[in-house]
Design a protein around this ligand. Structure first.
Ligand code: SF4
Length: 610
């Protein structure tokens, strides 16, 4: 490791590459049967904040026969120095080359990380395409939200894990171990792995296309299931959860302990892929959540405990959990944060509990500026609820509020965008009218407006995405609307959303585009300073494809989607009903009010009972 030591002295943030943090798992590599490299295709600072990585790292390392190590995408500066020194990509724990692992597993969190997968394989000297990797190469696997439509990267992977990873990961390692011990043959292993519920082996499916570029047929071969069923963890409450985390030495995006209090969401906001692909809502008991939180804080020393889920204020035992947590966090000077609060379920009791030791700003997501559009997207939040919530926050001393909106939503008109500014203006007025507000402080209200990207397995999967030109025009309109000085408006780059939109609903032909763009310099595409729209458009053109085909056209309900090979346990009939309701401006109830028979399989429509 002499070479590494020399490099570390000359790169920024060397702690990203040293490992050795508190809580790191060290095992004898010769004493295990299966070595798993958990790869996060982005920087250490981002990856170390990711809950899924913490969970699977602990889960695999809880097995005596296996060892999971962490690998992140090094900075371009670090990669250059590694290349100069002849050092290939290595794990943080034992500094082993990625090539030496049995299984290399990538987490697929966002489409714009796809080129970083090639970047990491390249730095490791591992061929990109599954068909080019022989038995001496590690198995390359993927999982995470983008795996529900992994077609654009299907040719790079040996298999994907679809859905909740906890059980499928153990079954996959068991199978790998038995195949390895009896003389490993990749093809035979993959055919067997396709028999595990939740495992998708893309090389076992043949895709044909119509002349217009749409998918004509998806044919399963070698006994693979016609459709791969998403794996749903039935006993979420009793399922494995880490009692310790690796605690980074350097600053990361979120330096905090976190508990996933529940999984799934009952709401059905029609734009939100996570709200569908993690269904049904499953809760962990307040008693167990509290015990896990206490253990984590004790073992990590973190001063912040975050209660994570897609919509934590919908957690049915939130108030008892906050009472339990408060009984010890106050004394230990640990603050409690709830990053995903819904406007309609924020109460003064919740406010008072989370204001514990540190008081940061509150964030809510009305998503659209008018009631009409909020009904289209099924964001069942009224203006009245938003006003009530803002009042509760201001009475509790909050002087900073962040509101998330989207532009480019189906049926959107300019009046919906104007609604964002008038809604924000009303909230500013409410602050100054509130007799209990913090005196002597002014309000900082920020409206963050992102660009809507239609995603698979949502009722909007058939919708055209706004073009870059349309979004630029809408952003200009929004920025030029007169507004109070207390309101700041930020928008996202439409070029980035445009390419995200291509890959979100892409097919297998895009692998060549990703490879071409990578070879032309595309890497860290989710970072503004590295992203080049023109490079992507050139790569698409060179492969005879267009962004418009993938992102900007309306699809028919009967078109075969590239992701139809996956059964995400959300029925197409349900999604079509929801799509039609959206265009009629009709809302749908949440799962607790009425089961909409979505296909997630709750027993007798009782949410989360499987
Ligand atoms: S089956 Fe019913 S209750 Fe369960 S997630 Fe679907 S709509 Fe909600």
């Amino acid at each position: 490791m002499e070479k590494l030591d020399k490099i570390l002295a000359s790169v920024q943030k060397p702690a990203r590459y040293t490992g050795g943090e508190f809580g790191e798992v060290i095992k004898d590599i010769n004493g295990v049967d299966v070595r798993f490299a958990f790869c996060f295709p982005d920087s250490y600072d981002i990856g170390m904040s990711h809950l899924g990585m913490k969970l699977l790292y602990s889960l695999i390392n809880a097995r005596e026969d296996s060892y999971c190590e962490r690998v992140f995408a090094p900075s371009l500066e670090m990669a250059e120095k590694m290349r100069e020194a002849g050092l290939s990509l290595f794990s943080l724990e034992t500094k082993s080359p990625l090539r030496d692992f049995d299984i290399v597993g990538f987490t697929l969190q966002y489409e714009l990380s796809f080129t970083n997968i090639l970047y990491m394989l390249d730095l490791a000297g591992i061929p990109f395409y599954s068909k080019e990797r022989d038995e001496s190469c590690p198995l390359v696997v993927g999982g995470g939200p983008c795996a529900v439509n992994a077609e654009p990267i299907a040719d790079f992977f040996d298999l994907f894990m679809i859905g909740d990873g906890e059980e499928v990961m153990n079954e996959l390692i068991d199978l790998y171990k038995s195949c390895k011990l009896s003389g490993f043959n990749k093809r035979e292993f993959l055919i067997k792995a396709a028999g595990i519920e939740g495992v998708y082996v893309p090389s076992l499916y043949e895709i044909s296309y119509n002349d217009d570029g749409t998918v004509a047929e998806i044919k399963a071969t070698n006994g693979a299931p016609k459709r791969v069923k998403r794996r749903i963890l039935k006993d979420f409450s009793g399922a494995f959860y880490p009692d310790s985390f690796v605690v980074p030495y350097s600053e990361t995006v979120h330096d905090r302990a976190c508990i996933e209090v529940m999984r799934g969401c009952m709401r059905g906001c029609r734009f939100c892929q996570a709200g569908y692909i993690y269904r049904p809502l499953r809760e962990r008991s307040a008693k167990r959540n509290n015990a896990l939180a206490r253990e984590l804080v004790k073992k990590t020393g973190y001063e912040e405990m975050s209660l994570l889920s897609l919509s934590t204020s919908d957690y049915s035992e939130l108030e008892p959990l906050l009472d339990n947590l408060y009984s010890w966090t106050d004394e230990e000077k640990t603050s409690i944060s709830l990053p995903s609060l819904r406007v309609d379920s924020f109460t003064s009791k919740i406010r008072d509990k989370i204001t514990g030791v540190k008081k940061s700003g509150l964030t809510f997501a009305p998503e659209a500026g008018t009631q009409r559009l909020r009904d289209v997207i099924n964001k069942n939040v009224t203006e009245e609820e938003l006003r009530r919530t803002a009042d509760i926050a201001f009475s509790g001393g909050y002087t900073s509020l962040k509101l998330y909106f989207m532009m480019g939503l189906p049926t959107e008109e300019l009046s919906d965008l104007a609604g964002i500014i008038s809604l924000a203006g009303e909230i500013v007025d409410l602050f100054y009218k509130n007799p209990n507000r913090q005196k002597g402080r002014s309000l900082a209200l920020s409206a963050s407006v992102s660009c809507f990207v239609p995603k698979p397995f949502t009722p909007f999967q058939w919708e055209p995405q706004d073009s870059v030109e349309e979004l630029i025009e809408k952003q200009r309109y929004l920025r030029e609307l007169p507004r109070s000085k207390k309101i700041s408006v930020s928008t996202h780059k439409p070029y980035v959303s445009a390419i995200e939109g291509v890959f979100a609903r892409g097919d297998r032909r895009l692998a060549r585009v990703i490879e071409r763009a990578y070879k032309n310099g595309a890497v860290f595409d989710s970072w503004d300073e590295y992203f080049s729209y023109d490079r992507w458009i050139e790569a698409l053109k060179a492969e005879g494809l267009t962004a418009e085909f993938y992102a900007n056209r309306r699809r028919d309900f009967d078109e075969i989607m590239p992701w139809d090979v996956i059964d995400a346990c959300i029925s197409k009939e349900f999604l079509i009903r929801e799509a039609k309701a959206a265009h009629e401006g009709k809302t749908s109830p949440n799962c607790r009010e009425k089961c909409m028979a979505c296909g997630a399989g709750c027993k007798n429509g009782r949410v989360g009972e499987l």
